[in-house]
Design a protein. Structure first.
Length: 118
C-alpha cells in the first residue's frame, strides 16, 4: 500500500515510476533499466532481500546510482550507514507529499547540475 502511495504521488508530479515487489526484483529492474532510472527510492525493509543489500547491489551495477533511503522507523542505524555509503537523502514513512517529491526533485536537480559541470 505504501509503495502504491509513493508511486501515485510521484506520478501525479509527472515522474515515471517503476516499482518492485521485493529486493531481488528491485535489483533486476535496476539492472534492466539503469539507463532510464534517474533516482531510486529504496525502503530499508523489503521482502526477500533487505534494503542494505539492495543498495549495495545497485551500487555494484552503477556506482553513481542516485539513491534515496526510506523507512517507517526514524532514521535508523541501517539508514545512517547507507547515507555514509553514498545514499543521498532519507525520507520518513508514511510519506508526506512535500518530503517525497522534494527529495526526488532535489536529487534530480543535483544530478543535472553535476552533468552540466556546475
Amino acid at each position: 500500500m505504501i509503495k502504491d502511495l509513493a508511486r501515485d504521488i510521484l506520478a501525479r508530479y509527472g515522474y515515471t515510476v517503476l516499482t518492485a515487489g521485493g529486493g531481488e526484483e528491485a535489483v533486476e529492474i535496476y539492472r534492466q533499466h539503469k539507463e532510464e532510472i534517474s533516482v531510486v527510492v529504496l525502503d530499508i525493509v523489503m521482502p526477500d532481500v533487505g534494503g542494505r543489500e539492495v543498495f549495495r547491489r545497485i551500487r555494484e551495477i552503477d556506482p553513481a546510482a542516485q539513491v534515496i533511503i526510506s523507512s517507517g522507523y526514524s532514521q535508523e542505524r541501517d539508514a545512517n550507514e547507507l547515507m555514509k555509503e553514498g545514499a543521498l537523502k532519507f525520507v520518513q514513512k508514511p510519506y508526506r507529499i512535500d518530503s517525497l517529491v522534494g527529495a526526488v526533485a532535489e536529487v534530480l536537480k543535483k544530478k543535472e547540475s553535476e552533468k552540466l559541470g556546475r
